[in-house]
Design a protein around this ligand. Structure first.
Ligand SMILES: [Zn+2]
Ligand SMILES: [Zn+2]
Length: 339
């Protein structure tokens, strides 16, 4: 989309947020500014470290694997931390805190906020503020990470893909939390978890090393676990999440009517725990299940279902088949490619 079109249909009230949040947004006479404050040098430095260090670790992965091998313990730590951090983001940060697609008992709420923080994708309130802003302005001016930001020529789109994937995080302008997350700023539990982020980050980074060292009682075991369960796991989790921002607004199928370029990209369905059914999500943002069509695996929705059965989650907004069908465009349109 050329920049001249980017100012169209920008709205001030997010449509994808929880009802209580929407009501309070409607009461406000004038919208607050999109951004508030700038990231300091130290914070920016940490950000570079956590993006670049896991990336370098993956570059070193092959020779290291050749020399050291990888133990079953390393594999277990990789998947264990990937699962907990990943579900913390998809079920907690995204479906619960951003969109209110289900309510959670206090214990589950705190556990999800802590688990999501383990993924080192930023503090819970910052994550939610950015994502609510993304839905309010998706693929328009104001969207923090649209791949269409620079236009729709091949060159502009390649630049936009990089921006939507990684570049946007280095934008020093912070999303205005007073505007997008007043509900979370009022929640003392969440404010506390937010302030504990540096500690959770250290646990995420060093926890696998500690477990690896204690189980094997060796420094080599600790180093190997640090590498696979820490750095490589953070790398993969980051890039799966960021792919939803970049790939799932560019390539894939669009079976649902949506006012942006969100798409369903099936190859990422399992590693993203169902988040890559992104066109379906933008069409019905508060639904607890994103994989609404037949055969669309959605691991996060299944975990919410278990939590509901255990009584930890309630008032779950499962998508209704009639509502889903009403939002569908023609089957032919669903098969069209984005680019
Ligand atoms: Zn999106
Ligand atoms: Zn969303």
């Amino acid at each position: 989309m050329p920049p001249s079109q980017l100012t169209e249909t920008v709205e001030s009230t997010p449509t994808s947020i929880a009802p209580s949040q929407r009501e309070s947004a409607e009461r406000r006479p004038t919208p607050k500014p999109l951004t508030a404050g700038r990231r300091g040098g130290t914070e920016q430095g940490f950000l570079y470290f956590f993006v670049v260090a896991p990336f370098l670790a993956v570059l070193a992965m092959i020779p290291v694997a050749w020399g050291w091998g990888i133990s079953w313990l390393d594999i277990g730590l990789f998947f264990g931390f990937f699962l907990v951090g990943g579900l913390g983001v998809t079920m907690g940060f995204h479906r619960h805190f951003t969109h209110g697609s289900f309510k959670a008992k206090r214990g589950l709420k705190i556990a999800m906020a802590l688990a999501g923080s383990l993924s080192i994708e930023g503090k819970v309130i910052t994550w939610v503020a950015d994502h609510r802003r993304h839905h309010a302005f998706s693929d328009k001016e104001g969207d923090p990470h649209s791949p269409w930001r620079y236009g729709d020529t091949t060159k502009a789109l390649l630049k936009g893909l990089y921006f939507a994937h990684t570049g946007w995080m280095f934008d020093r302008e912070k999303t205005n939390k007073q505007r997008f997350t007043p509900d979370l700023l009022r929640d003392r539990d969440i404010v506390l978890v937010n302030s504990l982020f540096p500690i959770v980050m250290l646990i995420s980074l060093l926890g696998p090393a500690l477990i690896g060292g204690l189980v094997t009682m060796s420094w080599a075991g600790a180093a190997s676990a640090f590498f696979w369960g820490g750095l490589v796991r953070i790398f993969f989790l980051h890039h799966v999440t960021w792919s939803v921002n970049s790939i799932c607004h560019t390539i894939g199928e669009r079976p649902f009517a949506s006012r942006d370029k969100s798409s369903n990209f099936w190859p990422l369905a399992i590693p993203s725990f169902g988040e890559s059914w992104h066109n379906s999500h933008h069409a019905d943002p508060t639904a607890a299940r994103h994989g609404t069509l037949k055969g669309q695996i959605d691991i996060t929705a299944r975990v919410i279902w278990f939590a509901e059965k255990l009584g930890w989650a309630y008032d779950v907004r499962w998508p209704s088949p009639t509502r889903t069908a009403a939002k569908m465009v023609t089957p032919e349109a669903g098969r069209t490619r984005a680019t």
